[in-house]
Design a binder for this molecule. Sequence first.
Ligand code: BGC
Length: 757
Amino acid sequence: MEVKDVVSKMTLQEKAALLSGKDFWHTEGTERLGVPEFMMCDGPNGLRKQDGEADHLGLNSSIKTVCYPTASTVASSFDVDMARRLGQTLGKECQRENVSMLLGPGLNMKRSPICGRNFEYYSEDPYLAGKIAAAYVEGIQSEGVAACPKHFAANNQEYRRMSGNSVVDERTLHEIYLTAFEIMVKDSHPKSIMCAYNQLNGTYLSDNKYMLTDVLRDKWGFDGFVVTDWGAGKDAKKGVEAGLDLVMPGPRKDHEDAIVAAVESGELEESKVDEAVTHILNALNWTLENKKNVGPSTEATRAEDYAFAKELAEGGAILLKNDNKALPLKDDRKILFVGEFAKTPRYQGSGSSHINSAFVSNAYDSAIALGKDISFAMGYDTKCKDVKDSYILREEAVEAATEADEIVVFAGLPASYESEGFDRSDINLPPEQDKLIDELSHLGKKTVVVMHNGSPVAMPWIDSVDAVLDMQLAGDAVGDATVALLWGDVNPSGKLSESYPFKLSDNPSFLNFPGDGGNPVYAEGVYIGYRYYEKKRLPVLFAFGHGLSYTEFEYSNITVDKDNATDEDTIEVSVDVWNVGRYKGKEVVQLYVSPENSKISRPYKELKGFTKVELDSGEKKTVTFKLDSRAFAYYETRIHDFYVESGDYNIMIGASTIDIRQTVKIHVESSIELPMTFDRFTPIEDILDTKKGQMVLGPVLQKIGEGMENQEDDGSMGEGGAEMMTKMFMEMPIINLASFGILTTEQVDGILSQLNN
Ligand code: BGC
């Protein structure tokens, strides 16, 4: 299709009709001009395609398919190749099922551990989320299917998700809440993006020109189309003017009519409508050109997809604790599996990402199939509300444990705890599970806990168990993957993509989540997740980036190609990683940048690189990172852009935020002088901080200093009086040179006019 030509032949009514959906999952076509409709479906951890008639609410059952691990697990793999393969696998399935666009990935920041949808999001760290999302998008689109990353942006809670107003300052917005989207847009060029329901600083995202046009298109170069979250369309005219292209779902005759009326009355320029239509048709055209017309999904493709789902679940699982090498389990031991989740695992979240799984493995059946010597006790029942019944189940489990050598408890959050549409109220497991683990772990037998959770949970029993394997929400292959990890057929290699605090009130957003009336003020600023815990020196249960292995890795020989650089250089950092243990394994090598003596408030350190490397026992490899200026930058509101402050930076490489193994210091010099206007109330030290200030004010102060040289500190201000005077002098507004009679007002104004010219 020649898009330009088609647009020129369309009537205003036809164009307006294209800007809202035909139904729940399709765009409108224009038969007269041969423009077909196209289908989009929910992801991101599987294809949720409704078969038959799509009902208006999208509630009909969807086709049976493979459910992959959810975003938390994908991010915890710290494996961009895996994320890319997930995208490709889903892209292939979309081709088989005639779906042109997949609604995903979700890459909102995990501001609070209790956001109901955290299982569907990647991380509290924008760099990790951005890189994983970019790889996923690349993967889908490499198969000729459009990706639709969501929910753009500052959509970090479910409470009042359709009306809430996220109040976020400019620096925090760009540095934390937009960076993942920015990386993803620039690296992977998504064909579409979904704007969120909520307001940002008083404007709905669907009407937000700053976000949809100034930032997304003009600053980042986005060239796809913007679609609303389902039902997020507000004012038709404002939306189109702001850069919104498609309103979903449809039909929305009101939207169509409002656009026609606005153009006819001269309130909306038709060229804006043409732009929106062009954005949609360009993407449609691309999907048409890339249609593969392969047959539908088969048993064979499903088996292949399941095998990949297992690999991904294994790669994302995190070994949180493993005292005295409690894991892997040995074949000569009698093992008791305890817990409903051993037979009916929790493996995905609820809401629009919910997949109709064709087959889900469970650890009990998987272990039996492999001939393991295991028995089972229920221990708890997530549906049971009766304390007495919970007590009986617990007692039965304790009784069964007397017959076993070792205990593996399968615990986690029930489905009703984690869902789109509402947030959790705390980070606790159901109390009967905490009690069960506590009792079993005091029987004097090795106790291992396997967790199924899409977001952090408190673990009050952590000191009395021997090992914790966190499967998060591991998708259909959860059982097979768990067994492979427990018995050591696969070596765990996941790392936490978010911090696990001891308690909810430790989290920086605690006082402002979900905000009065659902209007959160992001008062913690850039201090989200580990950025806060580190700055506050607040211990956490498990730190960002943490994850153990059955083998051990040593780090050595950190080198940088330049220790004096400018913000225009690329810096190469390398380090040797050596597998000194007995097992083959994968290590996630993490690179953090930590500014020394910054003039502004900055996190202690931030993730700026990571790579997953596989090493045989005894093998050593050199890992190399490339850092550009962004690795050292913060968002400077004076220039509305990222800026590198001149100074020293520590480059830290390690196995988690709290396990840094190698550090090297470099100096980076900025090539930009920040714009500065000076007035009577500008502190002297700020003036002297600029080159111009040093030239103009420097000599004046030197003269004043010389005049004061003979005045002795008479001690009347106590010890430290001289220091106090210097501090006070440097911090006082320049006009105070006149207030204290050191200069005249005219002389101060003269200096200011020189500075400002
Ligand atoms: C969700 C989106 C989803 C859409 C369509 C919305 O409620 O927020 O993530 O893609 O529904 O199901």
